[in-house]
Structure formats: structure tokens, C-alpha cells
Ligand binder design. Sequence first.
Ligand SMILES: C[S@@+](CC[C@H](N)C(=O)[O-])C[C@H]1O[C@@H](n2cnc3c(N)ncnc32)[C@H](O)[C@@H]1O
Length: 300
Amino acid sequence: MTLSIEKKIVSENEKFISIPYERVCNCKETALNCLTGKEWLKSQIGLWEFNYEKRDIRDKNKHPATYPIALAKKCIEVFSHEGELIIDPFVGSGTTLVAARDIGRNAVGFDLNQSYIDLAEERLGQLNFLGTNQQFPICDDALNIDQYIKPNTVSLILTSPPYANLLNRKRKNKSMRSDDRKNEQYLKVEQYSQDPRDLGTKNYEEYGEMLKEIYSKLLTLLKPKAHCVINVPDFWWENQRITLHITVIEALRSIGYEFRNTIIWDRRNIVNNIGIFGYPSNYITMGTTFEYLLDFWRPE
Ligand SMILES: C[S@@+](CC[C@H](N)C(=O)[O-])C[C@H]1O[C@@H](n2cnc3c(N)ncnc32)[C@H](O)[C@@H]1O
């Protein structure tokens, strides 16, 4: 637990952290978000595209797998109101927290790795901040989140979880053109840690079970009809399609979440130098060109 968060625990008797979670806008009680009709209409399109900005972390030595601030911002705008509480159970470099601060939401993010928590704190420290909302990165296992956050207070759970032990191998950069392949990441293992609690060290079956264990605790923290968005790709592994998105949908459905929407994160604008793969006999779509944003909610 970081020092800043220790200060937020109100008293010995109050076990949860003290953070606001009620909306501060004047929207209608039944409205899902603060969007205008015009903005809502645009968001109905199921393909989303984002650019990275200067503040995004793209240095893989700092963190190997970050999503853009713009992606987190869009999800937060669509699924919450100003002043509400967002949590990210696998916060990594703190992108969700940066986005939440930009648009006036309270947010708490968790990660096992202290160096990522330090990075998240550093990023938050760099922002000019005049608002009253709060964002905290906390170093702990996602399994323990219910020890920090009060039930029925969260308006959105947003994250990109680790991808089973699919990254626990030397990177070959097969999707790149041969002359680009031997870049800085070539033959590196892009794993977050070898900590046994790290979801990225689990085999596929254990991974599904751990997701269920973590997300069933998180379900009780959500307000009724509050959303939960999970960003995952599928993989190509030993000439087989690994349908991670199906694993996630099945795991969450089995513990009481209702699956609401598939949104495709169209990444064509940020991948370049795609190499030819499988030609002429084995047709394989490039996983790097799109990822899923899977939207669930807590049924009423
Ligand atoms: C895909 S990254 C998240 C990246 C993040 N969206 C960003 O933009 O920086 C997944 C993170 O989950 C963390 N992690 C893995 N297992 C965990 C666990 N059991 N509890 C908390 N964090 C965990 C890893 O350390 C890693 O930073």
C-alpha cells in the first residue's frame, strides 16, 4: 500500500478508502453519461479509433502494453458521469487514472508491480490539477480490491488485463517485415513479472478461473447497471487461434455479469510495416490490427 493511500483511510474502524463516488453534474437521474445526443449518436458506431498523444507511455522498457489515454477517456465518457468513481484492477502505467483526472472522475487503480505504481504516480504528478476529484494508484493484488472500495459505489470498471501466459515467451516479431523484425524487443520476454499472483503467468485454464475469482468480488462494488469494460486481443499461437475474448465473455457471464456490447478498437492507424504472413496457403488476420473492448454490466 503506498503512503498516499494510507493517508486516505479514514480511521481504524472505516476499512475502505475515502473517495467521492457521486455524480456532480446536473444530468437526468436515468442518464448513463453526460453526453449530448449528438455525441451519443457518434459513439453508437461499434468501431473506435484512437491516436497516442505525447503524454502516452510508448516506451516498452517503462511498460510493455499500454492503451492510449484517448481510449480510456472515451470509455469513461460513455459509461460514467462527472464525479463518479472508476476503478482499474490492472492499472499498469496509470493511463486510466490520467484519463479520469482529465475529465473529472474519481479513480483508483491497482497493480502488483511497484515500479508501475511509481510510474502512474509520476504521470499524475505531472498534470496541472485544479479539480476536487481524486485518483490513486495502489500497489496490491486485484484480488484484494474489495478491501479498499465500498460495495455499490463504482460506476465503471475499466481495464486491459494481462493475457494468460501468452506473453511469457521470447518475442519473434513475426508480424513485422523481416528488416524491421530485429528491433529492440526482438527475443525479449514481454512479461510484467514472474510473481505467481500475476495473471500473466497463468496457463489458459487457470487464467479463466482467476478472472472469475477477481471479477466476482468486483461485481459487488459496481452500482446496479454500472458497466465493466475489458480490452483484450485474440492471439495466434502454434498455428491456432486463441480466442481470449471468448474466454473473458464466458468467465464473466458465468459469475453474473451481463454481456452488452462488442466494440472493436481499430488499430490500423497505429500499426505500420506489417509483414506478409502465411502466404500463399495459410490465411491469418493480423491480431495487431484490432482489439476488443468487451462491455458488460451488473444486472439490476
Ligand atoms: C496490460 S497491463 C495494463 C496496462 C494499462 N492499461 C496501461 O495503459 O498502462 C496489465 C497489468 O496488470 C498487472 N497485473 C498482473 N496481475 C495482477 C494482479 N493479480 N493484480 C494486480 N495487477 C496485476 C501487470 O503488472 C500489468 O501492469
